[in-house]
Design a protein around this ligand. Structure first.
Ligand code: FES
Ligand SMILES: [Fe+2]
Length: 334
């Protein structure tokens, strides 16, 4: 017997569950129709609390909660006044880009308010009927834009099924599933390990599994669009996971497909495809993420130096690709 590698045997004690910073990218906040004009709401995501509001003209603001004046929390007693959010404490007002637009007393305003935003806000857009924000730990501007998704934006598509699931792990761990092809057989019960082709290009990852059965793209950490195709019928899973804290994420998904017409064979296949993505479709042995992935995600630790075999997917290439979204923080354990 060779010499025992004690370091290997004891390594799991020092592993962490989620040694990742909050990544950069576009992230879903809420559905547009859930935020009314003049409404203010406190939102926990991206590792901190934010104040979300909609101005009188309909602009969305997502701001740091603490007033640059004396630190009052804008989301407790604050109010939307025209295009601005007004602090409850001394009524300073900030627009959706964080510029101080009014100080209703005093003769000399701090000169900085004319030069720059003084309240941190996240760039926000509304697309697909949703509110999205761009997160960058050092407040850099968006380096890419959200893609056009025909299923969400064009005529001729249907599907109101969607879901939201809390998961106790970081977003990188959740998304690693997309390139972990071996687990599809052993955890999900697929008939075999599907052949797959993966491409990484800038902020986009492209995956083609089982010769076109599942074809999808990930756009940064916060948006994935996967098409499942069977017998010429496609259904699309749009997934938009939110980092909440360093160790908690919220998985959200919408399921859409062409409007094949009620009662048609195509509509039945599309429904089955969607059933299959979420749980177990009628008469199938395999299981979607709802029934099996959480057991693993909620309890695992992250191994920065995994022992891999040749049957594994491109796990390390995926991790290297994902690293581009960590613009700040300690990366020594990933
Ligand atoms: S603390 Fe906000 S206006 Fe004074
Ligand atoms: Fe999975």
């Amino acid at each position: 017997m060779g010499e025992m590698n004690l370091k290997m045997l004891l390594e799991s004690q020092s592993l962490e569950r989620c040694p990742f910073p909050i990544p950069t990218g576009w992230f879903f906040v809420d559905f547009s129709d859930q935020l009314k004009t003049g409404e203010i709401r406190n939102v926990e995501m991206l590792g901190q609390e934010w104040v979300l509001f909609r101005s009188e003209s309909g602009q969305v603001g997502m701001t740091d909660p603490y007033c640059p004046h004396l630190g009052a929390h804008l989301g407790h007693g604050g109010k939307v006044v025209g295009e601005n959010i007004r602090c409850p404490f001394h009524h300073w007002e900030y627009n959706t880009e964080g510029w101080c637009k009014a100080i209703p007393y005093g003769k000399v305003a701090p000169p900085i308010i004319k030069k720059q935003a003084i309240l941190r806000t996240l760039p926000a857009v509304e697309k697909y009927g949703m509110i999205w924000v761009w997160f960058h730990p050092k407040c850099e501007a968006p380096s890419w834009q959200l893609p056009h998704i025909p299923e969400m934006e064009d005529e001729g598509y249907t599907g109101d099924r969607r879901g939201s699931w809390p998961v106790h792990t970081a977003i990188q761990e959740v998304a690693e599933n997309g390139v972990d092809f071996a687990h599809l057989k052993f955890l999900h019960g697929a008939a075999g390990i599907p052949p797959a082709v993966v491409n990484f290009k800038d902020h986009v990852i492209e995956i083609d599994m089982a010769g076109g059965y599942i074809v999808g793209k990930g756009y940064g950490p916060g948006l994935n669009v996967f098409h499942f195709t069977q017998e010429g019928v496609s259904a699309t899973m749009i997934s938009y996971t939110q980092p909440i804290t360093l160790e908690r994420s919220q998985m959200n998904m919408s399921f859409r497909h062409k409007d094949y017409g009620a009662g048609t064979r195509e509509a039945a296949i599309a429904k089955k495809l969607v059933d299959h993505m979420i749980g177990a479709a009628d008469g199938e042995e395999s299981a979607g993420f709802e029934s099996v992935d959480f057991i693993v995600w909620n309890n695992k630790k992250y191994r920065p130096n995994p022992l891999l075999c040749d049957g594994d997917g491109p796990i390390l290439q995926y991790r290297k690709w994902f690293k581009q979204f960590y613009a700040d923080g300690d990366l020594s354990k990933i």
